[in-house]
Design a protein around this ligand. Sequence first.
Ligand SMILES: [Zn+2]
Length: 292
Amino acid sequence: MVSIYEALYKEEDRQELININNLNPVTYNEKYKGNLYCTITNCTAKLSFVSRNGISNHFRTWRESPHIETCLYYFEKTKSREGRRTEGRVTGYASDERIKKSLREAFVLEMMSEEQRRKRLERDRERRRKREREKIRGTKDITPEHRIASNPEEIDETTVTDSFRLFKKSADMLKETDLDHTRTVTGKLKKVEINNPENVVIQVEKNNVDVDIKFEEVFFAVNNHYKGLFRFLDRFFRENINLIFSATGEVRYSKITERYEIMVYTSVGFLVHGKTLESIAAEYTIRDNENS
Ligand SMILES: [Zn+2]
């Protein structure tokens, strides 16, 4: 799907071209909401403004108002398995237990041979198909799109949990359709950048594709005791080779680095070669005490 960064604002008898960079949630809500349209000639698709902390803002097409087939932004609606259109979107979140399980599985998968991995994925797919067939038989509801949010600002007591699938992806498999969604992403640990105690960027790589795993203020606000811990990760990285790093967080895209980024918000949201950062830190602390 092609991202949309321009929209037409239509008032009664005039229209104005709006660039995504000239919008913010406040002006959008006050003025433009409900009056933004596709810019392509003859296309009347309605657009809404999606703001992701100013990093990957874009316009989203209203589900009920598709682009005409000749439009650059036209896309086939995703059909659910039994051929019905998916409508609406449900946002949920994954529990700590699910995130931990997903990260452990990602590590195990990464350590497997190509053949073992292929068999495992095929088995999982078959199980899922079976489950879904059973589910469909019992329900006639419309299937909404499922999105897992990670940002604590988006999660409250009404957010549903644990009914959605948490997708695992290797760093080179991220696509535009993963944007804004929570994914478990895995790659080889390539770089540890501690910019300041509240800003850490971990670079991972798979098949020459780099992804930045980001730990920012929101992460450290909730997990204050992690502020000094990442230096142990840096040390672990310098003392070991071929470390596998997995993280669960929301997918963004940086136009500056032209890389996908994973925003991590929870302390259980990452594993370093199958270990937690806390356990690595504890091992080093014990070792340092013994040596002193
Ligand atoms: Zn259009």
